[in-house]
Design a binder for this molecule. Structure first.
Ligand SMILES: [Zn+2]
Ligand SMILES: [Zn+2]
Length: 343
């Protein structure tokens, strides 16, 4: 049997390819029939040639679906269960995974859709250590919220939690894609009073302004200092992860403040101005979301309406239209913020 999978080949071309059906990845694994998947900003690195591609890569790490096959050692799930899948996978058995942060897995965490594990933009996804990676779809959580819980909301939430946001403080969020919008809503939930929403695209700034943020065109340093009596922002969240956005973040944060970076950089080193950061006593944090660890915090906030992530998914396309979906994502327009692919 074969299935469809979105694949990027060595030339950076996107196609929907026939692939053999995945097999159970061991007795602790499961096969999930994907009912919806998201295109993530980090997927674009493969297509835009920032990472070397040796073999074609099956893309996608955000999946919601139905369990169709289950290994004999899986305790918490059965065929037919509706689930979401953490974008980051751990072994589920080690002291690192015991913290519910797959990044700490002592065997090394893996991310779906980046080579070793299968891609979520497909009909079927093989999930190792299913008891650790899967979550039964919680009551009152819709498909878009569930997809955001696999990655972007966990990332935005972690970015905000690690930004040392003072209650009543000022925050700048650089980059108003899906992660940036999740970070913005998280920062408000964590007590920020004023949030500067920084993006070159007017429609993206307008979307953030509609959520109560102050829209700012990059570079953000000078306008944010003007708003803050010359101080700069208490906390800056960088949801872009380029040299330019990090420079902007360092210029926008106040002396003694925190820069929290979750945008995914390319493979090149970044020339950190160490002396200036030292003299200004900056805290700089870089974070991959501890996805499973965020669920007990985020799910009640979503269920009770304390965290509003509506409107982040702007576009739904069939899986077969993945090439058009990626073209829309790469346009980074105001219209297409987050794209959902439907097998
Ligand atoms: Zn991602
Ligand atoms: Zn582990």
């Amino acid at each position: 049997m074969s299935m469809r999978a979105v694949v990027v080949d060595s030339a950076g071309q996107i196609s929907v390819a026939e692939r053999p059906d995945p097999v159970l990845p061991g007795p602790d694994g499961a096969i999930v029939e994907v009912t919806a998947s998201g295109i993530c900003g980090s997927d674009l690195h493969f297509l835009e040639g920032h990472y070397p591609i040796v073999d074609p890569v099956a893309l996608g790490h955000e999946a919601v679906g139905i369990v169709v096959e289950i290994g004999s050692e899986v305790a918490g799930f059965a065929a037919g269960d509706r689930v979401l899948v953490s974008s980051v996978a751990g072994c589920g058995r080690c002291p690192g995974c015991a913290t519910h942060d797959p990044i700490r897995c002592v065997s090394g965490p893996q991310i779906f859709g980046s080579g070793a594990l299968g891609g979520a933009q497909a009909d079927l996804l093989a999930v190792p250590a299913a008891d650790f990676q899967l979550l039964a779809l919680p009551d009152g959580i819709d498909t878009d919220q569930a997809l955001l819980l696999t990655d972007n909301l966990a990332t935005g939430w972690a970015a905000a939690k690690r930004a040392d946001i003072p209650i009543g403080g000022t925050v700048a969020v650089i980059g108003l894609g899906a992660v940036g919008m999740c970070a913005l809503q998280s920062a408000f939930a964590l007590g920020a009073a004023t949030i500067f929403a920084v993006d070159p695209v007017e429609a993206r700034r307008a979307r953030a302004a509609a959520r109560g943020a102050v829209p700012v065109s990059p570079p953000s340093g000078q306008p944010v200092r003007e708003f803050t009596d010359g101080l700069g922002a208490d906390s800056v969240i960088d949801a872009v992860g380029t040299d330019a956005s990090i420079n902007d973040a360092l210029d926008t944060v106040r002396t003694g403040g925190t820069v929290s970076i979750v945008g995914v950089h390319d493979l090149q080193p970044y020339p950190l101005p160490v002396l200036a950061c030292l003299i200004r006593s900056l805290t700089i944090r870089l974070t991959t979301a501890p996805v499973q660890q965020t669920w007990p915090e985020l799910i009640p906030l979503l269920q009770d309406g304390r965290l509003d992530v509506s409107g982040i998914f702007t576009t739904t396309m069939p899986l077969d239209a993945a090439a058009a979906g990626y073209a829309a994502a790469m346009s980074r327009s105001g219209e297409h913020l987050k794209i959902r692919l439907q097998p």
